[in-house]
Design a binder for this molecule. Structure first.
Ligand code: NAD
Length: 280
């Protein structure tokens, strides 16, 4: 696919980060865009940015859909068919993901499975649901986002990192195996796998919210004490600090993850789209 003009791209997790920047860059290149997310206000901001930059007549549709639910994805697919008046799509970016589920031993099972189900089932089920619409196009491209943690199941010696790593290894294996399957059975559809390192996005902040956590400023004393214990247990002793200092540290996790990364979300999205055009 050498250009995106007059194509339709479906993007999961378009509320912030690489999903938002993919949407903005695609619509600027003349592509219609359909995005989903679970954080409605972020998705509304992506829509506003896209519409401000869109060439005339280009459409960006949004839908609240939890990619870990096949039912949600099926309803979103039907919404796309009617919003874009189409039975086919050209691009599918399985981008939505959250961090979490660090310890298989200590973490709550719901927390572990939420991470795994979004990062793996979200990719699997979305591919299942949208594949017939991709294959129905003259030209199609599937892009699945794994992670550096799909190469190494580790964040370093002080952290367990099981659910996210397990899911991202699965995304890598699934996507690599599809390359030959598509070559044999749907050669007009290409496949790319994205293995990002650290990209400056909302991942740290959004993951806390999707797991039911609060913004740092709303944390109670009991929650701050729990955070203090967790940070100390992970190798950085903070038990001597005040709870207000702990609140600042929790707040800085999200901001530092976004603002101190070696690669921005804009740059990450550009690399992904260049990779699609080059069939990498
Ligand atoms: N940022 C990094 O350093 C990095 C590194 C490796 C891999 N990744 C992967 O890149 C992808 C994009 O993440 P990002 O870094 O842009 O983070 P992000 O948090 O900015 O974007 C992810 C989006 O997915 C949405 N989302 C979360 N759960 C969802 C669900 N159940 N259904 C629908 N949407 C949901 C979030 O609300 C958010 O808008 C993720 O798969 C992530 O695991 C990111």
């Amino acid at each position: 696919m050498k250009n995106f003009s007059d194509k339709l791209a479906v993007i999961t997790g378009g509320g912030t980060g690489m999903g938002r920047e993919l949407a903005r860059q695609l619509i600027a290149e003349g592509c219609d865009v359909a995005i989903c997310d679970v954080i409605a206000e972020n998705m509304a901001e992506t829509k506003r940015l896209c519409e401000a930059e869109a060439p005339q007549g280009k459409i960006v549709s949004t839908f609240r859909c939890d990619v870990s639910s096949e039912t949600d994805i099926l309803i979103w697919r039907d919404h796309i068919k009617s919003a874009h008046k189409t039975d086919h799509i050209n691009l599918l970016f399985n981008n939505a993901g959250i961090a979490g589920g660090g310890s298989f031993i200590n973490d709550d099972r719901d927390h572990w499975e939420r991470t795994f189900n979004i990062c793996w089932n979200g990719v699997y089920q979305s591919t299942r649901v949208f594949l017939p619409m991709l294959i129905a196009s003259d030209e199609g491209h599937l892009v699945n986002t794994s992670s550096i943690n799909g190469f190494w199941a580790s964040l370093g010696p002080h952290f367990a990192h099981t659910a996210y790593s397990t899911a991202k290894f699965a995304v890598k294996g699934f996507t690599e195996s599809l390359v030959n399957d598509f070559r044999l059975h749907a050669p007009h559809v290409k496949v790319s796998l994205v293995m990002p390192g650290h990209i400056g996005t909302g991942l740290a902040t959004n993951s806390r919210l999707v797991h039911g956590g609060k913004q740092a400023e709303l944390l109670t004393d009991a929650e701050l004490i729990a955070q203090q214990r967790q940070i100390t247990a992970s190798g950085t002793p903070v038990d001597h600090l005040s709870l207000e200092d702990i609140r600042k540290i929790v707040n800085s996790f999200g901001n530092d993850f976004k603002n101190k990364a070696p690669v921005t979300a804009v740059e990450g999205a550009r690399m992904i789209l260049d990779g699609v055009k080059a069939e990498k």
